[in-house]
Structures are given as structure tokens and as C-alpha cells.
Design a protein around this ligand. Sequence first.
Ligand code: HEC
Length: 118
Amino acid sequence: MKKTTLLRALLIYGLGVSALYLPGCSVLEKKHAADTPAATEQTAYYTCGGCHGPKNVRVEFMTPNIIGQKKGYLAAKLRDFRDEKRLNPYMNGVTADLTDQDIANLAAYYSNYGQSKK
Ligand code: HEC
């Protein structure tokens, strides 16, 4: 193999690997716990916010706006995704490891989002 070919192969491999580990973009990341207020905020920021947007703005048109939505509604939807009653490859991936408590915390976080500063 020529040296340039090898370098190019390494570069492409490197790009592929780093794409898998970009925070907030990867649905392969395994840590989505939300068992404490700090963990809830981190998961919301690093995982959910990558698609649902950090400031009451959706990142792209396919992603529903969840900020300020009713707590009970959000929790029910998250359980449906986790239990695969509602199918979406992204949402089934990020909810797979969530406990009922994690879901309750994330639902509360998003339904209260921005309200405390009034
Ligand atoms: C990779 C992008 C992506 C990530 C990351 C993501 N979501 Fe979603 N989410 C979506 C998409 C796309 C939909 C719409 C799915 C559908 O149409 O069924 C959705 C739907 C939802 C819904 C249903 C809203 C409704 O009105 O029915 C909730 C709730 C939700 N997401 C919460 C979350 C939470 C909480 C996280 C973090 C744990 C998260 N999402 C992470 C893309 C994402």
C-alpha cells in the first residue's frame, strides 16, 4: 500500500470514529441516566438538546418541541418510546436505558423549563 493511501485510510477511519463519539449527536452513547437533578440537566443538555434544542427552539423540523409541554404527556411519551410502543430509531435509542424515575425527572425538567425565572 502506498503511504498516501494508508494515510487517507487512517484519516477516513479517524473521522468515522470521532463522528460516533460526538457528544449530543451520538445515539450510541450509553449514559442517559437522570436519577439526580444534576444528571437530569446533563442528559437534557448533552443528549436531548442535541435534537430538541436548548432554548425552546427545535433544531430541525422533524423534532417536536417538548419544552413547556405537560409533564404527564412527556412522561407517557418517553415510556412509550422506551417500551417500543411508539417507534422512532432516535427516541427508542436514547430512552432504552431510562428508569421510570429518570423519565419522571426528565418530564419534570422539560415541563418546568424556563418557568423558574419568571
Ligand atoms: C437524535 C435526535 C433526538 C434525540 C437525541 C432525542 N430526541 Fe426526542 N424526538 C426526536 C424525534 C425525531 C422525535 C419525533 C419522533 C416521532 O415522530 O415519533 C422525538 C420525540 C420526542 C418526544 C415526543 C414529543 C411529542 O410531542 O409526542 C419526547 C417527549 C422526546 N422526544 C423527548 C426526548 C428526551 C427527553 C430526550 C433525551 C433523553 C430526547 N427526546 C432525545 C429526536 C430526538
